[in-house]
Design a protein around this ligand. Structure first.
Ligand code: GLN
Length: 387
């Protein structure tokens, strides 16, 4: 068996998201574990893709993506975030944010290189670095509920072998939005150690309470060394379409495109065209304001249920669509399994987002990217089982 497996793969398990979704399905539980909407994407997205299919756009696209989508991504970045990227030389369409980040890591990491990962985080970054023989260096944030970044610790973790620093804002799973000051510090350190910033901004359009998403590349020091990855998954509620992109200076883009062409060749053409049509429909409408307003309603509906069920909800998320809570037990994995069986609600153990799960005991993450009636039903089940 071991001969079949790269040594670096031996420590990699099954994604926690597929594990908990399978458990939820087995128990007929409402799935608030994996972050995907249980409602349909906007009609313009679906209409754009089906029209493209009927119009014959069913073959490969150029590996960098169809022009209408790359130009739409450039317009969106400029109009929503004030970022200027050249759609031909600096924007590339990928299979979701995941492939964008994976291709960037393959392009940048050599065995023995170090990559800084802010801990807790989404499971992809450290796993991908480790699979490729790189060394993830984890920088813990302060404990629940603040999850503050320790800039001194971050500085001490940088060294000559640091090749990448990963940033994710709004942050999964903590719901934090990084401040301009934190981003400036990251840019300053990345510049000093000549490292790249790989920035996962998949939740760029979902922020609350007047908190603004500050893209990493808004800082000029970061702009020249940042690979910003995002997707339509959250913005257009279509996680299953696997349409994403990365934006990076032309020289960096060229290198990552070499990897991307052999990982994927090209993202599904009709879905790219649907995404372009949806960007066009959203442009100049109140789509992004409505998205934020709807998510604010979902968050504000669901949080009181969690409180009433006896969970410590800590701080309301400032961005993204997850609420990190603390439960009465330090064994959050056991707690989540019981929750599935007794309340028939699935959440994900928060400790699993930590490189060392003992650093985040008793945390439970709920995804609220669901219909209001789903959230009400889940809330009532939680209270009935635990309240
Ligand atoms: N980003 C989503 C989450 O954190 C799920 C991603 C996945 O399932 N791969 O829930």
């Amino acid at each position: 068996m071991s001969a079949l497996v790269r040594p670096s793969l031996q420590s990699i398990g099954t994604s926690m998201f597929s594990t908990f979704t399978r458990l939820a399905e087995e128990h007929g539980a409402i799935n608030l574990a994996q972050g995907f909407p249980d409602f349909n994407p906007p009609a313009d997205l679906i209409a754009g893709a089906t029209e493209a299919m009927h119009d014959g756009a069913n073959q490969y696209s150029p590996p960098i993506g169809v022009a209408p989508l790359r130009y739409a991504i450039a317009d969106h970045a400029r109009e929503q975030h004030g970022l200027v990227y050249d759609p031909d030389r600096e924007i590339t369409v990928t299979a979701g944010t995941t492939e964008a980040i994976w291709s960037a890591i393959v392009a940048l990491i050599e065995p023995g290189d170090e990559a800084i990962v802010i801990d807790p985080c989404y499971e992809l970054y450290g796993a991908a670095v480790a699979i490729l023989g790189g060394i993830p260096r984890y920088v813990p944030v302060s404990p629940f509920p603040e999850f503050r970044l320790d800039l001194d610790l971050l500085e001490r973790t940088f060294n000559e072998r640091t090749r990448i620093v990963f940033v994710n804002t709004p942050t999964n799973p903590t719901g934090r939005v990084l401040t301009g000051e934190e981003l400036r510090a990251i840019g300053e350190l990345a510049e000093r150690y000549d490292a790249y910033v790989v920035s996962d901004e998949a939740y760029e359009n979902i922020t609350y309470d007047g908190f603004e998403h500050v893209p990493v590349a808004a800082d000029p020091r970061c702009r020249e060394r940042t690979i910003m990855a995002s997707s339509i998954s959250k913005t257009f509620s279509a996680t299953g379409w696997r349409i994403g992109w990365f934006m990076a200076p032309a020289q960096i883009t060229e290198v990552i495109r070499k990897v991307h062409q052999f990982v994927l060749f090209s993202a599904p053409q009709p879905l790219q065209r649907g995404a372009a049509a949806m960007f066009a429909a959203a442009r100049g409408s109140d789509y992004y304001d409505r998205l934020r307003a709807e998510y604010t309603e979902r968050r504000d509906l669901f949080m009181p249920y969690l409180r009433e069920a006896g969970l410590d909800v800590g701080q309301a998320p400032k961005g993204g669509y997850f609420i990190m809570t603390r439960c009465s037990s330090s064994d959050d994995a056991a707690f989540c399994r019981q929750l599935i069986e007794r309340a028939r609600v699935a959440a994900i153990p928060g400790s699993l987002f930590y490189s060392d799960p003992t650093n985040g005991p008793g945390l439970v993450r709920f995804a609220f990217c669901k219909r209001m009636e789903t959230l009400r039903e889940a809330g009532e089940r939680l209270i009935a089982a635990m309240g």
